[in-house]
Structure formats: structure tokens, C-alpha cells
Design a protein around this ligand. Sequence first.
Ligand code: SF4
Length: 274
Amino acid sequence: MPPFEGKTYSLYSDSHSTTETTDEYFNTIKRLADLCLQKYAGNEKNLLAQLQKESKKKKLIGKLLAKSEDNAFFNRIKKTLKTSLSIYTKEVKNHLKHMSIFERFDSTLRTTEEQYHLYMLEIELVNRIYKHAFKSCTYKFALLPHCLRDFRLTCLSAPGDIEHTCKGCTKECYIHLAGKLLKKYNIDPYISVRMDQDKLLKEVKAKHQSVGVLGIACIPELARGMRLSIRLGIPPIGIPLDANRCARWMGKAYENSINLKALEELISQESSRK
Ligand code: SF4
């Protein structure tokens, strides 16, 4: 059981500890978002747009543009992110060094350490910006990754109206635990198995006038999913997996976890998160 090591990242700063939770990561990212919002107070969407541009920028172009005031600000932010978040992304460089030619065609697998840090901040900002819009939607659903299931037994999940649904065959399964929590807050949980998320989101939006989505995925996939949802006019919120351990990353799927406390803080009305 956790703490888990991921292929490139783990939100457990010390994956060899037996008692640690990922709470410290969530406190750190909250503090970093507060810091950035001091400069962009009331203009959070502009900060988000700038951050998204930063994570797409090639290093050389970034250096050439580094002279403007905004670029100087983002260069400072990137340095601060590196100092605070590198502890969670220790394996990225090693992974990038040993990628096969085939793997290099996959932009998710090619994610650099700097991009991880920017995505971490982006996810936190999206949560803050879209949380109220998400909560006021009349229909809310969540997409949970299959790799969160209990690997010790055969998963009994079956196709449902949107995606697969959990049958609750074991109380220790993270999908079951997260699903119970989500239902408590009127969010329908589904296990994500379809590859075409664009089509899936469009189908759900066509059925429900007012719909919000909660995503749980590895960091690069969650950031991409949130961007897609925003583009489609669906308010997103989300929580990153504690590590990246599915077959896409590891060649074989390994059990994984999420921070249930952070999930409840995000979806509860009484949340103290900004
Ligand atoms: S509790 Fe649900 S998701 Fe977990 S193994 Fe059982 S059916 Fe699958």
C-alpha cells in the first residue's frame, strides 16, 4: 500500500516512509498558487492563460523572450516552482533519458520536469477558478482512472450510461472509496475507459444543459483534460493521482492512490480552500 513511487512523479515526497500522506504536496501547491495570485488578483484567468502558454514554450524561445516584464515574472515563478516541487518529480530526467524512439512520439510521455511543475500550478488554479461554476451545475460527474482499482481481485465494474460503473466489490478499493465520497456530494462517479474524451464530453453536454466534470488522472493528463473541458464550456475541477503507475508509463499497471482528504476539501461546500 502507499506511499507509491511513480514512473516520473510521486506526490509522496519520501516514497520509502510508511506513514506519510500527500498532504504536504497539497499544502505546498496551495501556497504557490497564493503567491502567484498576489500579482494577478482579480485577473486569475489571465494568469491561467499565461501559464498554459509557458508550458507550451520551447526553452530557447523562452530565453529569447525573457526580457519582457511578464516573462521575467514567469521566469521567477518557474524558479520558485522548481525549488518547491522538484522533490516530487525526481524521476523525470531519468525517464526522458531512457525513452524509446516510439515513446518520443507521445507528448504525454515527453513531459519535461518544468512542464510538470507548471501543470501542478495550473491544476490548482483551475480548481480555484472553476470550483464555484462546477458546484452550481445541475449535473456533475467524475471520471476516475481504472488504475485506481484494487489490483488484488478481479474488478467487477461494468458499462454504465456514460462510462463504466463500480460495483463496490471491496471496501478498500480507491475507486469505491472515492465514489462513495463523490456520491455524498451529488457527483456521479464513472470509471474512465474510453479513449476519446472529446466525444464523451460532447455527448454528456448534449444530454445536460448544465454540466460540470471532476477529473482524476496523472498530472499531464489531468491538465490536458481540464483544458479540453474548458474549451467545451464544461467547468472542470480535479485531483492528480498520487503517482503515475499505469501501463502507459510502467509497461504494466500497478496499484495507485489519491488523497481522499484533498478530494473532499475540493468538493465540499464548507471547503476552506480558496
Ligand atoms: S470496488 Fe469497484 S472499481 Fe474496485 S475492484 Fe471492485 S468493482 Fe472494481
